[in-house]
Design a protein around this ligand. Structure first.
Ligand SMILES: *Cc1c(COP(=O)(O)O)cnc(C)c1O
Ligand code: SF4
Length: 346
C-alpha cells in the first residue's frame, strides 16, 4: 500500500462543511432569481421547465454569477428556461442508449477495458444540458447492498483495467462509503486505475476533505480525477485551492467540458478556460459536442462551428492545452473524435 501523502490540515480548513452546503441548495426558481438580481418575468417559464427537471444549484456556484446578467455563462447552466420546453424530435430522452449497456444495476459497460460504476444517483447541481436528465436512475440507485453485484461483475470481467466512478456525482457519497468502494476495487487484481468523474470540486470545493484525499492517495490503483468545468468563472480561489491540494497528493487531474451555446462558444472563453485550468494543475481532456437530449437543443453548437473554433484555438494554444473535440455515438468502441483540419498558412 502506498504511503499517504501528508496534507497540512490548515490547507483544508473549510468554514462550511460540504454536507451543510448540500442542505442549502437553491431549488426554487424564485429564490435563485432574487439571489442573482433578476426580475420575476423569468419566473413562469422557469417554473414550467423546473417541473420537468428540477432546479438544483449550490451556493458556492451561484456566488460566482454576475448579478443582474441573464446571459451569465454560469447562470445559463442552471436556470430552467422556456427554451427547454420545445425540443426538435431528434433530441431524445436516452440519446446515448445507455439502457442497452446496463448489464447489472449501476454498471454501464460500453468500452472494452473500462467501465462506468454509477456510484451515486445524486448530483449537487442539475446542469440543464445534462444527458442524464432522463436516465432511469430509479433502477440504478445504488446502495452499498447493490454495490456487491456491480463489484462482482467487475471482478469476473478480466478485460477491465479501469473503473470510472460516475453517477450522478460519485463524490456525493460520504467519505467512508467512498473509501469502502475504492478499497473494494483495489482488491480486484486486474484493475490498474480508478477514475472519478465529478463536478463537486467545482460546485462545492469543501467536498475535498482530508479523508476524501486519503482514499485516493492510499490506494494501490492509479488515481485520476476528471472534473467538469465549462467556464473559467467557475474556478474561484476555493476551487483552485481544492484542486491544488488534490494534485499535490498525486492525483492526475483532467477536465471535460461540454461545448454550449451561450456558455463557452467563443474562442476567447475556450482559451481562458484552458489557461485557467492549467494554473490549477488541470489538463484539458475532452470538449464534448452536446448529446441531443430532449430539452437542451438551445445549447447546441454545430459540428462545423465547433471545428472552426478548434482551428482557431489550436493556432493560439500549446498542444497540451487543446482538448480533444469528441462526440458520443452509440455503438462505437470509444468516443468519436471530430477531425479538425488546419488550413495551411493560418
Ligand atoms: C465516456 C465514457 C467512458 C470513458 O471514456 P474515455 O474515453 O476513457 O474517457 C467510459 N464508459 C462510458 C460508458 C462512457 O460514456
Ligand atoms: S453534474 Fe454531471 S451528471 Fe450531474 S447534472 Fe451535471 S452534467 Fe449531469
Amino acid at each position: 500500500m502506498k504511503k499517504a501523502h501528508m496534507i497540512p490540515r490548515s490547507e483544508l480548513s473549510w468554514q462550511v462543511t460540504w454536507q451543510q452546503e448540500l442542505q442549502q441548495l437553491f431549488t426554487h426558481p424564485q429564490t435563485l432569481l432574487a439571489e442573482v438580481g433578476l426580475d420575476d418575468s423569468w419566473l413562469p417559464m422557469a417554473q414550467k421547465a423546473a417541473a420537468l427537471f428540477p432546479l438544483r444549484a449550490t451556493r458556492p456556484f451561484v456566488s460566482r454569477i454576475e448579478k443582474g446578467n441573464p446571459h451569465d455563462p454560469l447562470l445559463r447552466q442552471i436556470l430552467p428556461l422556456g427554451d427547454e420546453l420545445d425540443s426538435p424530435p431528434h433530441f431524445q430522452t436516452d440519446p446515448l442508449q445507455e439502457a442497452h449497456f446496463n448489464p447489472v444495476p449501476g454498471i454501464i459497460h460500453k468500452y472494452k477495458h473500462r467501465v462506468l460504476l454509477l456510484a451515486s444517483s445524486q448530483c449537487a447541481i442539475h446542469c440543464r444540458y445534462c444527458f442524464r436528465r432522463s436516465f432511469p436512475y430509479e433502477n440504478n440507485r445504488l446502495t452499498q447492498k447493490h454495490w456487491q453485484a456491480a463489484l462482482d461483475y467487475i471482478a469476473k470481467t478480466p478485460a477491465l483495467n479501469e473503473v470510472i466512478l460516475s453517477g450522478g456525482d460519485p463524490l456525493s457519497l460520504g467519505d467512508s462509503q467512498l473509501n469502502t468502494l475504492v478499497k473494494a476495487l483495489a482488491e480486484i487484481p486486474h484493475l490498474k486505475r480508478v477514475r472519478i468523474h465529478t463536478r463537486l470540486p467545482i460546485m462545492v470545493p469543501s467536498r475535498i476533505t482530508q479523508a476524501c484525499i486519503e482514499s485516493f492517495a492510499q490506494t494501490r490503483l492509479k488515481p485520476i480525477m476528471v472534473i467538469h468545468c465549462n467556464h473559467a468563472n467557475e474556478l474561484d480561489s476555493n476551487v483552485k485551492q481544492a484542486l491544488r491540494v488534490m494534485h499535490s497528493t498525486g492525483v492526475t487531474l483532467l477536465n471535460q467540458t461540454v461545448l454550449l451555446r451561450g456558455v463557452n462558444d467563443t474562442v476567447e472563453q475556450l482559451i481562458t478556460l484552458s489557461e485557467s485550468l492549467f494554473e490549477s494543475s488541470v489538463l484539458p481532456y475532452y470538449l464534448h459536442l452536446l448529446d441531443p437530449v430532449s430539452g437542451a437543443a438551445h445549447f447546441d453548437v454545430s459540428e462545423e462551428e465547433a471545428q472552426c473554433l478548434m482551428r482557431t484555438i489550436m493556432a493560439k494554444l500549446p498542444g497540451f492545452l487543446v482538448p480533444k473535440l469528441v462526440r458520443e455515438i452509440p455503438d462505437r468502441p470509444s468516443k468519436t473524435p471530430i477531425c479538425v483540419i488546419t488550413n495551411p498558412g493560418q
